[in-house]
Design a protein around this ligand. Structure first.
Ligand code: NFD
Length: 356
């Protein structure tokens, strides 16, 4: 018999299988023993288990080789804009659209921000008109900021619908994953050579990151109620909370202290990291620094180590990972074993005449 239970874990539905009928004191104990596997992963708590290794030395931030401006960027830009405005990807329409004017006009405003300009000489306010025409928006209590978890944060928003990240709002949705930069000569947009990164020397005022900073500031300003921030609790260098991150430098300072009531810190652990993946903890190191910053600004906070929704999302992509085998569903006992157990139970019942 299959029963569906909805557990209060970030909106996930967990299906459990209950076997009907036969129960015997002896076999019951046997089954009870078998069910100890339910708790094994908790006992192991990640210390003794070895998994597919992640490369801890790979720096997320510095491994960003850029190409030239994305080809057909105007079509993609306008197409994504239309898609967002018309809510064509229904499961992703969890934010109100905020477009002023048309998508073609928004493209024009966007191009004006960087075309025919040196890509390393962007002004801080170059994209203000773009953001004003396409303000990010999230419902009260649903703004989710992230550092170090771009894919997981986006997946979380899409699957649960409980949070909204910048990349789901109009400006973030349009620009996410695109590359663009200008050049002083015609045609004003560089489609041929790699766009410089803000990490390159002499390019601190790089145009793409200027856009993201502007979008991040606007996203922070609109947040109301409880906000959440998901941090990579399995990385050490940089630490989970990096005080030079966009979250620290552009989002945190722009939260409206009158509108934001509480900050929910989500320390997400990477299931692919071998050994102890709980490298950051709520009451230690960089998270302590973050908490001090929050307190200084008058915010109350909670901090969750290993929020389960984020773990289950990772498990969906890697279901055989031992960290994911938490519930000892009967599926882990081969069918033949179940048949044997049931047959033995019946036999004992017949011999002993025990009534169930
Ligand atoms: P991260 P975060 N210079 O994982 N967001 O807190 C340059 F050039 O460390 C979204 O910084 O988290 N680039 C996007 C930087 C980009 C720098 C930026 C820097 N000093 C910000 N620092 C996006 N979707 O592309 C960070 N970056 C770039 C918003 C770099 O490309 C998100 O809504 C790196 O891969 C989120 O709330 C990416 O930012 C927060 O700011 C993320 O760096 C994540 O920025």
């Amino acid at each position: 018999m299959r029963t569906k239970q909805t557990l209060p874990i970030q909106g996930f539905e967990i299906e459990s299988i209950a076997t009907p009928g036969i129960f015997h004191p002896v076999m019951g104990q046997f089954l009870l023993l078998g069910s100890v596997c339910l708790f094994l992963p908790f006992l192991a708590s990640g210390h003794m288990i070895h998994y597919r290794s992640a490369d801890p030395s790979a720096s997320l931030l510095n491994s960003q080789a850029r190409g030239p401006t994305t080809s057909n960027i105007s079509d993609i830009f306008v197409g994504r804009c239309e898609e967002h405005v018309q809510c064509l990807q229904q499961d992703q329409c969890n934010t109100n659209t905020t477009l002023r004017g048309t998508c073609d006009q928004l493209w024009g405003t966007f191009v004006d921000a960087f075309a025919y300009k040196d890509p390393c000489q962007a002004g801080n306010d170059d994209y203000d008109a773009v953001i004003a025409a396409a303000m990010p928006h999230a419902n009260k209590d649903e703004s989710l900021f992230w550092s170090g978890l771009p894919k997981l944060a986006l997946n979380n928003g899409r699957v649960t619908g409980r949070y909204t990240i910048l990349e789901e709002t109009l400006p973030g949705y349009i620009a996410n994953g695109l590359t663009w930069c200008g050049q002083t000569g015609a045609p004003g947009i560089n489609y041929n050579t790699p766009c410089p990164s803000a990490y390159s020397s002499g390019c601190a005022n790089e145009t793409m990151y200027t856009f993201w900073r502007a979008a991040s500031r606007a996203f922070a300003r609109q947040a109301t109620g409880t906000i959440s921030v998901a941090l990579d609790g399995s990385r050490t260098n940089p630490p989970a909370f990096r005080n030079t991150s966009t979250f620290a430098t552009n989002e945190l300072p722009n939260l409206n202290t009158a509108a934001v009531t509480h900050v929910n810190i989500l320390l997400v652990y990477d299931i692919s990291v071998k050994g102890d993946n709980r490298r950051a903890l709520c009451d230690k190191g960089s998270i302590k620094d973050l908490q001090t910053l929050l307190t200084d600004r008058g915010f109350t906070y909670t901090c969750i180590e290993g929020p389960r929704g984020f773990k289950f999302l990772q498990c969906a992509g890697d279901p055989d990972n031992a960290r994911c085998v938490e519930a000892c569903s009967f599926a882990v006992i081969p069918n033949a074993s179940i048949a044997l157990v049931l047959a033995a139970s019946l036999l004992i019942k017949l011999v002993t005449g025990v009534r169930n």
